[in-house]
Ligand binder design. Structure first.
Ligand code: GTP
Ligand code: MG
Length: 196
């Protein structure tokens, strides 16, 4: 039986730098930002879960299951990840944010390959300069470890994955794939770059 991989798209943040507007629904090139991420990820996984803490009805219109953080205190991205880890029955869970519209089309393939080469528990993507802590491929069994970390009051993802055997998947050949849209200015810049 081949490996099953599901994805969660994190859209559960407060998006303060976007003026509090729900970032996944903010439009880029006439499409909600999350739709760009869905289009990149859909061909690469079995099922998509959308993680959102508001506008759940609107997110459901994309046709995927919408899940909200088990802990509704806006604890950060780990809160969305742990919720999704408890819902998937797949062998691996891909985690991506809703605000990276140009994600690699070979993201899963390369993350899984690096994870297997290193016999690791999870993989994190790197653009060659920086690790992308919200772009992860992980085993759902890591849920207990993440729970203990959150229960201890810890919030930083990179501190959590440093406790595990974590492979780094190198995407330095496509550094723009992880361009992150956090502000209206960044949205405008990306819009102009795509139009060129
Ligand atoms: N489920 C969940 N996801 C979150 C939470 N906070 C951030 N995220 C997600 O994590 C990813 C990276 O977070 P940021 O880009 O910093 O997003 P943000 O916190 O909404 O934005 P700022 O308030 O401007 O920092 C995004 O996909 C967010 O939707 C949270 O409390 N719960
Ligand atoms: Mg961001």
């Amino acid at each position: 039986m081949s490996l099953q991989i599901d994805a969660v798209i994190l859209a559960g943040g407060m998006a303060r730098r976007m003026g509090g507007n729900d970032k996944g629904l903010v439009e880029l090139q006439s499409q909600p930002m999350i739709k760009h991420a869905i289009d990149r990820i859909k061909p690469q996984v079995r099922e998509i879960l959308i993680n959102a803490n508001r506008n759940q009805t609107r997110y459901a219109e994309f046709g995927y299951k919408v899940i909200s953080d088990e802990d509704s205190g806006y604890l950060g991205p780990l809160a969305g990840m742990i919720t999704a880890m408890g819902q998937t029955q797949a062998n691996y869970l891909l985690v991506v944010p809703c605000d990276c519209p140009l994600l690699p089309t070979d993201l899963v393939e390369r993350m899984l390959s690096q994870l297997e080469i290193e016999n690791a528990d999870l993989a994190v993507a790197s653009d060659g300069k920086r690790e992308q802590p919200v772009v992860l491929l992980l085993k759902p069994e890591l849920r207990d470890s993440m729970k203990a970390f959150l229960d201890a009051g810890e919030r930083k993802i990179d501190f959590w994955y440093a406790k595990h055997n974590c492979a780094v998947a190198d995407f330095s050949d496509q550094p723009n794939a992880f361009v992150n849209v956090n502000t209206p200015e960044q949205k405008q810049q990306l819009s102009e770059a795509i139009a060129k």
